[in-house]
Ligand binder design. Structure first.
Ligand SMILES: Cc1cc2nc3c(=O)[nH]c(=O)nc-3n(C[C@H](O)[C@H](O)[C@H](O)COP(=O)(O)OP(=O)(O)OC[C@H]3O[C@@H](n4cnc5c(N)ncnc54)[C@H](O)[C@@H]3O)c2cc1C
Length: 450
């Protein structure tokens, strides 16, 4: 395995558990960019933002504090993020060691169809030969040619945390999932935030009602939205930055964060020496088994660009290991990317799975859409957070659940129920007839299914 992120380490672990002799080559940390920069640190920061927001809502629970309001302690926050990352890294490493996986700390590259060369710090190299190879080298932030990140004022997502201080005025370029999570994170921690939105609304690939709900919340917090503006230049000024947009507007701030997607880590792998194909963007092309054009070389995760989620990379890694070990049985299911659940960790949270309303309308497919607001949920009122809604999409003829989306507290957890229904082909009646806990937020799922 080359790359020890969710894709590589899950492939290594599953293959070892099935009896393979496994070597994992990783240049940074086992756990990957997901643990070092992306999923885990961002969600740890967002957890702190959530705790702060919750403390501010204390009076809504009948509490009052005589003391000063809570403040961010940057050193403690950095220590906490480091502790969470280290603990996760250790648990992955311990598992792999206990399974007999040999982990090498170095940069891997291919040197033929069955050969991986590992270059260690200091320059020494080791050649490994393998029956099967898994490329799981992930991706890195895309840097547009009009911006030069300096790690001080012009930041990529990997340079933004833990921040030595909360930026006074952060300009975020990019209103996809990553961009809006950073807007949420820093606006909650006290930064003034401006968001440059190249389309007409944030989260362009999500349900329009979901995007509108998030925009309302961002505006309520005072986030400035610059819609229909595409950034095309960043300039350092005496006291900060100026971002120039293609519609003539300039957005000034103390810092700018560039969140405009990612590029695959395939360029230093010498894939051509092994004869492995990549597409014009550098993504490794794979089939439904995650095999490249060479049957014994597989690729998973962000480097093949299918659906850039940690959960998907992990699932691909496990499926690859099973395919290599010939564990594919008649019951084996390929990954159905259309049924992968995903979440946006804003406040309120957003989560969705399966068929989207707009997608169904665009294809002319008949659907039944049912929706309930959390305002009618006893638990949401008890939690003093009745924002958002649950929407369920089903087949009007059969009642089979095809998809759904949730805006609201705990959406990332609650979507699991709809995800299970979509994957298992359950009907709306199965949700309605489940006798759920009262009071709970999940009751809204059954109500929405009715
Ligand atoms: C800010 C941010 C937040 C995110 N939050 C979430 C989230 O909440 N949930 C979610 O599901 N997804 C999230 N994602 C996406 C998620 O991080 C990726 O989809 C996931 O990390 C992909 O896993 P991977 O195994 O393909 O690659 P990575 O996690 O990138 O791991 C690849 C590993 O390969 C190593 N490597 C690269 N080249 C070599 C080489 N030549 N030799 C040796 N090692 C090499 C790298 O050091 C790295 O450790 C987020 C992304 C970003 C940017």
């Amino acid at each position: 395995m080359v790359g020890g992120g969710p894709g590589g380490n899950q492939a290594a672990s599953r293959a070892a558990s099935l009896g393979a002799k496994v070597t994992l080559v990783e240049r940074d940390i086992v756990g990957g960019a997901a643990h070092l920069w992306d999923c885990i640190p961002s969600k740890a920061m967002i957890a702190t933002a959530g705790a702060l927001a919750f403390s501010r809502r204390a009076p809504g629970f009948g509490l009052s504090s005589g003391g000063p309001a809570l403040q961010v302690d940057h050193a403690a926050l950095a220590e906490r993020i480091g502790a969470v990352t280290n603990r996760l890294q250790r648990s992955v490493e311990d598992l792999l060691t206990s399974q007999g996986v040999r982990t090498l700390r170095g940069e891997g590259r291919l040197a033929g169809p069955h050969t991986v060369v590992v270059r260690y710090e200091g320059g020494a190299e080791e050649r490994l030969s393998a029956d099967a190879i898994v490329v799981a080298t992930g991706s890195r932030p895309r840097i547009p040619d009009w911006a030069e990140p300096d790690g001080e004022r012009v930041l990529t997502t990997r340079q933004a945390y833990p921040p030595p201080e909360v930026p006074e005025h952060l300009v975020v370029v990019g209103s996809g999932v990553t961009g809006v999570e950073f807007v949420h994170m820093f606006s909650s921690l006290g930064s003034k935030v401006s968001l440059i939105v190249s389309r007409q609304h944030v989260l362009p690939h999500k349900d329009a009602e979901v995007a509108a709900a998030l925009e309302d919340e961002l505006l309520r917090r005072g986030v400035q939205l610059f819609k229909g503006a595409r950034a095309q230049g960043v300039e350092r000024t005496a006291d900060g930055v100026a971002v120039h947009c293609d519609d003539g507007r300039t957005v000034s701030g103390s810092h700018v964060l560039i969140a405009v997607g990612s590029v695959p880590n395939s360029d230093r792998l010498h894939l051509d020496e092994a004869g492995v194909h990549v597409d014009k963007w550098g993504y490794v092309t794979v089939n439904h088994h995650c095999q490249t054009n060479l049957a014994h070389i597989y690729a998973c995760g962000d480097v093949c660009g299918r659906l850039p989620l940690s959960s998907v990379a992990s699932m691909q890694g496990r499926k690859i290991a099973e395919h290599i070990m010939e564990l594919h049985t008649r019951e084996h299911r390929h990954i159905d990317y259309d049924k992968a659940a995903s979440a946006v960790f804003t406040d309120p949270e957003i989560a969705d799975v399966g068929l989207a309303e707009a997608e169904a309308f665009a294809s002319g497919r008949k659907i039944r859409v049912t929706k309930v607001p959390f305002g009618a949920s006893a638990k949401a009122l008890i939690n003093d957070d009745p924002r958002g809604f649950v929407k369920i999409i089903s087949d009007p003829a059969t009642g089979v659940v095809l998809g759904g989306c949730i805006v609201g507290s705990q959406a990332a957890e609650l979507i699991s129920v709809i995800a299970l229904a979509v994957t298992a082909g359950l009907k709306v009646s199965d949700l309605v007839e489940s006798c759920l806990v009262h009071p709970s937020l999940s009751e809204a799922l059954a109500d929405a299914a009715e």
